[in-house]
Design a protein around this ligand. Structure first.
Ligand code: UD1
Length: 434
């Protein structure tokens, strides 16, 4: 298993480029199921989850080409024949987002078998709202042997009000609705930019959608969708992680190729903590921190609130801020796995229920730490960048699920970070998160 060796102390200076959003690319790849024509996606990040989704689609009979060389961020998917509409447990257990194929498979094939995702590192992750929505659209769902089997001759438009805001739930049912007969009205939808990104692709494929990106989405079902080409938006969580990296190291970092308009909550929190943030254009943000950071509270919310996927990284920053910062996690029940590792590095953090109180600034000292999930790994990388000495981060496969060549990108702006492979270690299946 690969490890990162990081020597702390260098301020990050220069320009770092953001890759395409993993959480947009995953539903967009699943959307290719909805047509027998070719779907081409550009700006696909080269991360492990994308490869998992490729394997998932191929296991159903799809042809998936991931580009090489100059075309390395392009993927072409052809779902002309889907011989086996099954998402197997072996794949679903490593990536919960696999359940995104449920809606499109029933809509196009009339049949889907998808393994139940079960729990994961950051808490229970039910898909009951996906199931409830499909039932409202006329599908029959049976759960047995750890699988959900959904059948429908043709889905029918329905009025769906989500009990709780769910990102992949909104995406899954949106993909089901575009081929359903008649109108579907969905309320209390997720407003995350990734939903809008998916809707952009679906519209290019011929779908009739209004309101994606707001809490009410209206869909007029069509009988057939065609192929399309679509460019994936920049990854706002990777961008946010770099902004924190610039601030925590007291650097001067330009984050390029991002989308400044969907980073609002993160930028205003960094400013409250004393960093200087300048929006240099719609796709470029500069962050500087030349004085002592100060405590600022966060509370994770659905978009446009502070993203849960940035909570762990923000906590690393809070360890370096003067005063007590309260970090409240509202979306997931068990998303403080990074706390114990940060404490082992010298952080002063107390957790009570869903709130962590971080007192700083703490002098972090390097040690060997273990990554437990994707964003927890990012938090430990950030802490290691300011720790005294050389930290060794184990299980960086979690990081590789969602960050493209992170060590090269950070090294390019002055970080002392290298990857150490351990070819003799037994291969371990990653635990699922996100
Ligand atoms: C997506 C993101 C993930 C992010 C999360 C919240 C992808 C691939 N992943 O995950 O990175 O952390 O949004 O922003 O886009 N819930 C239910 N029933 C359901 C579905 C969800 O109770 O049927 C609950 C979940 O347990 C959780 C909350 O709703 O407490 C939000 O989850 P959800 O928005 O569905 O997260 P994901 O879409 O899985």
């Amino acid at each position: 298993m690969d490890k990162f060796v990081i020597r702390g102390g260098n301020p990050l200076v220069g320009t770092v480029r953001v890759s395409g959003a993993k959480n947009s690319a995953l539903p967009c790849m699943a959307a290719a199921i909805l047509t027998g024509d070719e779907v081409t996606l550009e700006n696909i990040p080269q991360v492990r989850d994308i490869d998992t989704e490729r394997r998932l689609l191929e296991s159903m009979g799809a042809e998936v080409q991931l580009g090489y060389g100059r075309a390395q961020h392009r993927t072409t998917i052809n779902c002309r024949t889907l011989s086996d509409p099954v998402a197997k447990y072996e794949i679903v257990k490593t990536m919960r987002a696999s359940s995104l194929v449920l809606g499109p498979l029933v809509a196009r094939m009339g049949l889907a078998r998808v393994a139940m995702p079960g729990g994961c590192a950051i808490g229970g992750r039910p898909i009951d709202l996906h199931i409830k929505g499909l039932e409202k659209m006329g599908a029959t769902l049976v759960q047995e042997h750890g699988y959900i089997e959904a059948r429908a001759d043709r889905l029918a438009g329905a009025h769906i009000v989500f009990d709780k805001i769910t990102v992949t739930g909104t995406e899954d049912l949106l993909m089901a609705a575009v081929l359903a007969e008649g109108e579907t009205l969905m309320e209390n939808c997720a407003r995350e930019p990734e939903v809008g990104d998916l809707a952009g692709l679906l519209k290019a494929m011929g779908a009739k959608i209004e309101g994606a990106g707001t809490s009410t989405i209206k869909v007029q079902g069509v009988t057939r969708l065609h192929g399309a080409k679509h460019r994936i938006n920049p990854d706002r969580i990777e961008a946010g992680t770099f902004l924190v990296a610039g601030a925590i190291t007291g650097g001067d970092l330009i984050v390029a190729n991002c989308n400044a308009s969907n980073l609002g909550a993160v930028i205003s929190k960094l400013e409250e903590a004393g960093a200087r943030v300048d929006i240099l254009g719609h796709d470029t943000v500069r962050v500087r921190a030349d004085s002592q950071l100060r405590a600022a509270d966060i509370s994770t919310e659905e978009y446009p609130g502070f993203p849960t996927d940035m909570q762990a990284q923000y906590m690393a920053l809070a360890t370096q801020s003067e005063g007590a910062s309260q970090v409240k996690e509202n979306i997931f029940e068990n998303r403080f796995m990074h706390v114990q590792e940060l404490v082992r590095m010298g952080a002063n953090i107390k957790v009570e229920g869903r709130t962590a109180t971080v007192r700083g600034p703490a002098r972090l000292s390097a040690t060997a730490v273990m990554c437990s999930d994707l964003r927890a790994s990012a938090s430990l990388v950030l802490a290691a960048l300011v720790a005294d000495g050389e930290s060794i981060l184990d299980r960086v496969y979690h990081m590789d699920r969602g960050y493209e060549r992170i060590e090269e990108k950070l090294r390019g702006v002055g970080a002392q970070i290298r990857r150490m492979g351990n070819v003799f270690a037994a291969r371990e299946e990653p635990a699922m998160a996100e």
